[in-house]
Design a protein around this ligand. Structure first.
Ligand SMILES: NC(=O)c1ccc[n+]([C@@H]2O[C@H](COP(=O)([O-])OP(=O)(O)OC[C@H]3O[C@@H](n4cnc5c(N)ncnc54)[C@H](O)[C@@H]3O)[C@@H](O)[C@H]2O)c1
Length: 325
């Protein structure tokens, strides 16, 4: 059984991918400082540790004879990155630098990194291919872009092989693991939270140049993200160098369309309040995932409806659990 280190394993996508890999015969070792993650999302083999603590990460890598690292640990709120860029550069760039140094020292040479569609900035064409120019428009996107560059340099110098995944909008659940952030900034859970808390749902911007005036996003189910990570790990066993893949469905849905679909699964109606557009929100982000399809044999299996239904079931259970305490 291969041991893999999952940084950010108490967070949404990290906890899901770790669980999926467990089902595929891997042994995930979790590392998370719990800054935005949840202690109840991780089972055994959990280290409450910050990836910036290089000597400690070296120890963990060596102790468990780690075969590969899946690196999810990061801050990821666009708005916060604009108001507090240092927090993002310190954690996302500084944290990854520490991790890369620890990997080099421990002789661990395989990395899967969670990047984002935010590295593209305002798209020049849709769907977005990996060759699209990288022009991030906020510190979050820039921090991920800098990390991608660092990974290329470490790969060249230290023979690290890496897969970089640029996720579009993650949604849905896998085996009782799902999305629970405080504050929550993502669309689908926020629709449910507004309904649950009997608060208005805020819709940011209705004058975008799209068919209904609201932003269009590509919602990729988190189980599909997990299967890509599994295939990415196989790829790392065969190849060296850096490979980059978009992970999305190739299909966009507007915010209004998502709200309409979500209404079918909500326990009661929601009030919608229109707010001005948020700065740095591009009108349309849709992935071209043909590279992942061709080279990894990856095709997403789930659709928006699956993701909404799974997310709402998960949140329903969590709120019921909290109110029963
Ligand atoms: N959720 C999305 O739609 C999405 C889209 C594109 C990219 N991403 C990227 O995917 C990754 C996971 O996203 P998520 O939605 O699961 O976020 P998340 O906040 O749920 O998970 C991130 C985890 O990393 C941990 N962490 C942060 N800094 C750390 C540090 N210095 N040391 C140790 N642990 C640390 C947090 O406590 C948290 O558990 C992030 O890198 C994010 O940028 C997410």
């Amino acid at each position: 059984m291969k041991n893999v280190l999952v940084t950010g394993g108490a967070g949404y996508i990290g906890s899901v991918v770790a669980r999926y890999l467990e089902d595929k015969g891997y042994n995930p070792i979790y590392c998370d400082n719990l800054s935005t993650g949840n202690i109840w999302a991780v089972p055994d083999h959990f280290y409450r540790e910050d990836i910036k603590n290089t000597p400690r990460i070296v120890e963990i890598l060596q102790k468990h004879d780690i075969d590969g690292v899946l690196h999810f640990a990061a801050y990821s709120q666009v708005g916060e990155s604009v108001s507090n860029p240092g927090k993002y550069y310190s954690n996302n760039v500084g944290g990854t630098l520490s991790l890369l140094n620890a990997m080099t020292e421990a002789g661990c040479s395989k990395l899967v990194f969670s990047s984002t569609a935010a590295v593209y900035g305002n798209p020049l064409h849709i769907p977005i291919t990996e060759e699209h120019p990288l022009q991030p428009v906020n510190p979050y996107g820039k921090s991920k872009y800098f990390v991608e560059e660092m990974i290329r340099d470490y790969a060249d110098t230290f023979n690290i092989s890496a897969v970089i995944f640029r996720y579009f909008n993650a949604a849905g659940t896998y085996k009782e693991r799902g999305e629970w952030h405080d504050p929550e900034t993502h669309l689908i859970p926020n629709i449910y939270r507004a309904c649950q808390n009997d608060k208005p749902f805020y819709l940011f911007g209705t004058d975008y140049e799209t068919h209904d005036g609201t932003c269009i996003r590509d919602f990729i189910n988190v189980e599909d993200l997990a299967s890509a990570h599994y295939l990415g790990l196989q790829q790392l066993s065969q190849e060296t160098g850096v490979e980059i893949f978009n992970l999305g469905t190739g299909k966009g849905n507007s915010v209004k369309e998502v709200v309409e679909e979500a209404k079918r699964f909500l326990p009661h109606p929601i009030k919608i309040k229109v707010k001005p557009p948020r700065s740095g929100d591009p009108p349309i982000l849709v992935a071209d995932y043909s590279r992942a399809k061709k080279l990894l044999g990856w095709t997403p299996q789930k659709n928006l409806t699956d993701s909404i239904r799974e997310c709402f079931e998960y949140l329903g259970k969590r709120f019921a659990h909290l109110s029963s305490r």
